[in-house]
Write a protein that binds this ligand. Structure first.
Ligand SMILES: [Fe+2]
Ligand SMILES: [Fe+2]
Length: 499
C-alpha cells in the first residue's frame, strides 16, 4: 500500500486539484490517507463534506490512516454533525431584565451596595482604616480612608482636591505630591478608592492612592488543549458602510476557503480548533441611533437587519459556539447593564443552534470541563466615551482602547462614573464591577483593535466590520476594519487576522 504524499494527476486537471485540496485538509488534521482511498473520496458526490465526516470518524476512533474501508462505511452527514462535540458555554452573569433606578432611595441603595463591595476589595491593603465620621477625633496621624469620589478639582497651583464620601459622612483630601498627580488625574467621579495620608485639621494630605486593582499574583489561566476563540464586534449590518464582502471572506475562511489571511497549514490548524466566536455588540446598525441615520442605511427595517445578520452567522459551522451581547446600535434600551437582544426582534438569531445571546455586560464560562474553564466578560464598551475625554493620560484612547480598558480593570469597574449610563437596581452586587475570577474581557464600540494581558486577564477590543465614516474621521477616530483578534487559549497568545 502506498500513501498519497504526491504522485496524483496534474494539478491543472479538476480532479487533481480536488485531490490536492482534500489531501491538504487531511494532512492538516494530522491524518493520512491511502492512495486508493483518496481516489474513492475524489469520486464521492460531495467530497468536501465526506472528508469532514472521515476526519471526525477517525479522530473518534483514534486511527490515523484513512483506508477504502472507511469510505465504504456510509455515514449520513446529519449523523456526523450530531457526533460533533458541541463546546459547552455556561452563563455566569446575564442581566436579562433590569429595573431602572427610579428614586433617590434606589440611588442611595445602589451606591451603598457599591461602596460596601469595593470596601471589601480595598480594606485588607490599607492600614488604620477610619470611617469618615471618626476623622473629627483625629489630628496629625497617618490614616487610611475608603470613599466614593463625589468631587474632584485641580487648583491653579496644580494640586488636586478630592471630596470623598462613605456611609458616615464626607471629607476633603488634597494631593500636592507631584508624583501622585498623574494617578489622581485618572480618578473619576463615583469611583471608590482608598487614600492614605496625614490628617491635619480635618483635611487629609494624601501620600498614597490605592485602587481596587487585581491581586499581583493572579495567574494567567490556560487550557491543556489548543482551542481558539475569535472576537468580533461592531458588525453594523444594515449600514451602507458594512463591509459585507470582507465579512463573507472571513466566513469563507472559517469554512476552509483559502483567503490568504494565513498559509493553508496554519488555517487548517486554526479552523480545526476554533471553538468560540464572541460578538461584543453593535451587531446591526439599528435605526434612529443618530439624526439622519436613515441616509446611511441600506436596510431601513430593524427586523430585516437582524434577519440579514442571521443569514451571515448561520454560515458559521455548528461546532463553533457564538456568544453575542448588544451594543448602543442594537435594538435594546440603553441601560447599563443592557439586556440581551430579544427574541421578538431577532427570531432568526435565536434559531441558530450554536448561538447564545447575553446582556452587556454579561459573563460566560467556556470549556468548563478543563481546569474549571475560562470566564469571559463581554461588554460593548459604551463607557469608553465618558472616560477618554476626562483622562489626560488617555489622549490616544480611541486608537488604543486596551489602555482605556486597562484603567477600568484597575478600577475593577466597567463604568465607574454614574452619568455614563443608567445602572439598574435590584442586584446584590454591582453588575458593572469586574469580578476577580475574570480571564478575558472583550469590548468593542470604538472600532479599533487593541489587546493586552494584565495580571491574568486578557483585554481585547475587536475592531469593526464597518468602513470608516466621515463622522469618525471628524472625531479623529482611527478605525481598523475587518481585522479579527484570535486568542489561543492554551498559550493566551493573541494574533490578528486581516480580511
Ligand atoms: Fe459600533
Ligand atoms: Fe457602539
Amino acid at each position: 500500500m502506498s500513501l498519497t504524499l504526491g504522485g496524483f494527476d496534474s494539478p491543472k486537471t479538476q480532479t487533481g486539484e480536488l485531490k490536492h485540496e482534500l489531501l491538504k485538509r487531511i494532512l492538516a488534521s494530522r491524518l493520512q490517507i491511502a492512495k486508493n482511498a483518496l481516489e474513492l473520496l475524489a469520486q464521492h458526490p460531495n467530497p468536501n463534506e465526506r472528508v469532514e465526516q472521515l476526519i471526525l470518524q477517525l479522530k473518534e476512533s483514534d486511527e490515523f490512516l484513512i483506508l477504502p474501508k472507511h469510505l465504504a462505511q456510509a455515514q449520513p452527514l446529519k449523523e456526523a454533525k450530531q457526533k460533533t462535540t458541541r463546546e459547552r458555554v455556561e452563563i455566569v452573569a446575564n442581566y436579562a431584565s433590569t429595573k431602572p433606578l427610579e428614586s433617590i432611595k434606589d440611588i442611595s441603595k445602589y451606591f451603598a451596595m457599591r461602596f460596601n463591595q469595593y470596601k471589601r476589595y480595598l480594606q485588607n491593603r490599607l492600614k488604620n482604616v477610619q470611617s469618615i465620621s471618626n476623622l473629627k477625633k483625629i489630628n496629625n496621624e497617618k490614616v487610611s480612608v475608603i470613599g466614593i469620589i463625589s468631587d474632584r478639582r485641580k487648583t491653579h497651583r496644580g494640586n488636586i482636591i478630592l471630596k470623598l464620601e462613605d456611609l458616615s459622612g464626607e471629607t476633603t483630601a488634597i494631593i500636592t505630591n507631584k508624583e501622585l498627580i498623574p494617578q489622581a488625574e485618572e480618578m473619576l467621579f463615583d469611583e471608590v478608592i482608598g487614600i492614605t495620608g496625614t490628617i491635619n485639621k480635618g483635611v487629609i494630605f494624601v501620600e498614597e492612592i490605592t485602587v481596587p486593582d487585581l491581586p499581583i499574583k493572579k495567574e494567567l489561566k490556560t487550557l491543556e488543549n489548543t482551542v481558539y476563540a475569535a472576537f468580533l464586534s461592531d458588525v453594523h449590518v444594515g449600514s451602507k458602510k458594512f463591509l459585507s464582502d470582507k465579512f463573507e471572506n472571513m466566513l469563507a475562511f472559517i469554512n476552509g476557503k483559502e483567503t490568504g489571511a494565513l498559509i493553508w497549514e496554519e488555517q487548517a490548524e486554526l479552523i480545526d480548533n476554533l471553538k468560540y466566536i464572541f460578538v461584543a455588540g453593535d451587531i446591526v446598525d439599528g435605526i434612529g441611533v443618530y439624526p439622519g441615520q436613515e441616509k446611511e442605511l441600506n436596510i431601513r427595517d430593524i427586523f430585516a437587519q437582524y434577519k440579514e445578520t442571521a443569514k451571515f452567522f448561520e454560515k458559521i459551522p455548528e461546532s463553533i459556539q457564538i456568544i453575542m451581547c448588544p451594543g448602543n446600535h442594537d435594538y435594546v434600551r440603553l441601560a447599563q447593564p443592557q439586556p440581551p437582544i430579544e427574541k421578538d426582534v431577532a427570531p432568526d438569531l435565536y434559531e441558530l443552534p450554536n448561538t447564545t445571546l447575553i446582556s452587556s455586560p454579561g459573563i460566560v464560562k467556556i470549556r468548563p470541563q478543563e481546569n474549571n474553564g475560562l470566564n469571559v466578560l463581554l461588554y460593548h464598551g459604551t463607557s469608553i466615551d465618558t472616560i477618554v475625554p476626562q483622562n489626560p493620560n488617555l489622549k490616544d484612547g480611541y486608537k488604543h482602547p486596551e489602555k482605556v480598558m486597562l484603567t477600568l480593570l484597575k478600577k475593577r469597574h466597567l463604568s465607574p462614573q454614574y452619568e455614563s449610563g443608567i445602572v439598574t437596581a435590584e442586584f446584590e452586587s454591582d453588575p458593572l464591577a469586574i469580578p476577580e475570577d475574570i480571564d478575558i474581557i472583550h469590548t468593542g464600540h470604538v472600532h479599533s483593535n487593541g489587546a493586552v494581558n494584565y495580571r491574568g486577564v486578557t483585554l481585547i477590543n475587536s475592531g469593526t466590520w464597518q468602513d470608516v465614516t466621515d463622522f469618525q474621521k471628524f472625531l479623529g477616530h482611527e478605525p481598523t476594519p475587518a481585522r479579527v483578534p484570535l486568542l489561543n487559549l492554551k498559550t493566551r497568545q493573541i494574533r490578528l487576522l486581516e480580511f
